[in-house]
Design a binder for this molecule. Sequence first.
Ligand code: GDP
Ligand code: GDP
Length: 436
Amino acid sequence: MLPVIALVGRPNVGKSTLFNAMTRSRDALVADMPGVTRDRHYGVCRTGERPFVVVDTGGLSGVDEGLDALTAQQVRLAIDEAQVLVFVVDARDGLLPQDRSILDELRRSGKPIIVAVNKTDGLDLQDALAEFTVFGISRTLPLSAAHNRGTEELIAAVLPLLPEDAHEELGPEGDQGIRVAIVGRPNAGKSTLINRLLGEDRLIVSDVAGTTRDPIRVPLERDGKRYTLIDTAGVRRKARVEEAVEKFSVIKTLQSMAAAQVVVVMIDARENLSDQDLTLIGHVLDEGRALVIAINKWDGMDTYQREQCQRALERRLVFVDWAKQVFISALHGSGLRELMRAIVRAHTAATRELGSSDLTRTLERAYEGYQPPLVRGHAPKLRFAHPGGSNPPTIVIHGSRTKHIAPAYRRYLENFFRQRYKLEGTPIRIDFRDGE
Ligand code: GDP
Ligand code: GDP
């Protein structure tokens, strides 16, 4: 499972700036769900050798009263969730009493701590660090998050502190079947769906200690096909009321996506498609996973409501128009056969083997049909292609001046390859390389 690091520190020291520098691209997943502390951001850092979840513990700025209590709570949650703690301090403010109390709290956890001394831009680095050496923490690094300086070094310092990648007993793929994560906002119907799927086939649920914080893997067999469901909803734990608040865990969601081959994003047809839904889908793309969109609670909706819903989906999900949308009722069990079929198809597409000569021929055809626009009088050239991996299918294209290829042309090629190889249900990666 993806390891987790937390950014902790006073307000305004630059945590969210650092978070953005580490996770880049996508919007953060925000735990603003009922029962979950507000304003905690989650993303995945993929720039190092090993991906990990970054938690920005948060937006406390603007809150005056109860700051200490809130900070303490924030720090405790971070300590709880993370395996490595990055303590961010502000070189311009210098060492403040609140920093000391935060550090005391961090130390009590016994977890590895890195001190990131931020806002060192324009300062003498040695001077900036000197003040914080009283902490006695050897891993103290200068940083300028706003100028993206020092982030690489910080990531390099984090990596060796992460827990060993516990080799998951995945076994040969044939044994496990297709690994499927079912994710979605609270109340979308994830637990109902999983129970439905399991109940129908009277599945043996292997016994897992109830205390586990990792997503649980549940084997499933349906119509003679094997699957492993990676359960984030906590189906089995749901009976235990005290864990109800923990039901939606962003970390588990990110971890289960990373562990899956196909991700089913469940959307509640009765709610408007939310930004959180779109952000979840964005993370599936970042992770390169095959995607199926299940629109749940389709029962009891009239024609007008269904049309409204379908129109909204069409409008807002154009960026994943290759993903199958399946309309289901987890409660009544309708649409499930189609759902499973979509999962199998997406998996097949995501793991399809592509041959070099065929890819090159397809590339030539695409190139003949439409050439990349000239850059200062010269056209980027595309020469040949070969496969670069699967899940997601990756196509490596060799040529020259490829860095001038516009996003629109990349999309054109993606669509061309998608149609040629019927890659429905999976994102595609295209890597351009210059030279031979
Ligand atoms: P947070 O409250 O800890 O999340 O802090 P923010 O990331 O919101 O940053 C607070 C302020 O510090 C913002 O105005 C940032 O632009 C600024 N800031 C963040 N990083 C740096 C940095 O490396 N150098 C400088 N000079 N300012 C920074
Ligand atoms: P989760 O938080 O995503 O695991 O959602 P649950 O499975 O707990 O479902 C939330 C609520 O929606 C429960 O009251 C379910 O009975 C209800 N629900 C789930 N699926 C359906 C469905 O297909 N149709 C209808 N009408 N209600 C559903």
